[in-house]
Every structure is written in structure tokens, then in C-alpha cells.
Ligand binder design. Sequence first.
Ligand code: VGL
Ligand code: ZN
Length: 180
Amino acid sequence: MKKALLIVDVQNDFCPGGSLAVKDGDKIVPVINELIEKFDLIISSQDWHPADTVHFEKWPPHCIADTFGAAFHPNLHSEKIGLKLLKGTKNSDDGYSAFEATNIDLSHYLHDQKVSSIYICGLTTDYCVKQTTLDALEQGFHPFVITNAIAAVDVKPGDGNKALQEMYTAGCTLLESIEI
Ligand code: VGL
Ligand code: ZN
């Protein structure tokens, strides 16, 4: 069985200077670039919202489809990504999970490719990384969350740590990039 690296939402709007900036969101980029060299199959997700989504009742507008804010962080080695997923593309849902991508059925794709282990990194720990990890478990995959390659929004202080607890309790493996 194969393993895949899944890079969640490493987009300008979640990095310093962006409209929904995560503290130190850009610090994970070099770590992810090193990880990219260790995997044959690299998958990304991008938040890709319409301007009129209900999602913006909860959040400041961010990652609007085809804008600079929705583009990958410029330092991410995105040319190595084999499959790019878009999510949150409807105006009626949040689309936190990469398994909710609308341009491809991720679960089918991974089963077809005989991938069982998914190594998850990116933004944000307490929303899209968490929801993607929980969905991966539910769909029968083994998620590994790379703790030094993620960062939290922390709407409330401690949300990121709570999310890590939740993912661990649900059955994911937490590890650091050096262990890969
Ligand atoms: C995310 C908040 C709103 C994420 C997306 O990528 O974790 N967080 N939309
Ligand atoms: Zn969003």
C-alpha cells in the first residue's frame, strides 16, 4: 500500500498579510518543502470560495476563487503537486475537509491509487486539518498528522491543542517531520 502527502490550504490568505492570517502560518512552508521530497504522491487542497458564500457569515472573506489570496504561498514548491483539490466552492457550505473537494472524489482517488496512509500537513490545525483528518479516519484511511508542519487559527486560545487532542483520540497518529 502507498502513502501520500496531503498539503492542506497553504494559501496566501492564511499566511501573514492575508485576510485570515494564521500566526506563523508561513513558517511551515520550508518544512513542507522538505517533506515534498520524501513522497511520490503529493496532493494539495485549496479553500476556493465564491464571494457570496454563507461561510463568510462566520469568517472574514478569504480564499475567493482565482484571487491572489487563494493562491499557494509563493515559496511552496507547488510545481511538485500531482493532484490539486478545490473545496468550499459552493455558496452553501464551509467545505472544511479535503474529502469535500468538488473537482475530484478524494476517497475514490486514494482507493484507486492504493493509498492507505495519508500524511497531513498545512493550515489550519483547528479547522481544515482537523476535519480532513477525521474524515480520513471515517473513510478507512490511516491519517498521520505532522505536528511541526501545521498551524492553528486559535479563534480561542488553545483551540489548536484541543484539535490535536481530538484527532489523537479519534485514532490518528501524531508525529514530527523528522520521523518521516
Ligand atoms: C479554514 C477557516 C475558514 C482552514 C478555512 O483552511 O482551516 N479555516 N476556512
Ligand atoms: Zn474557508
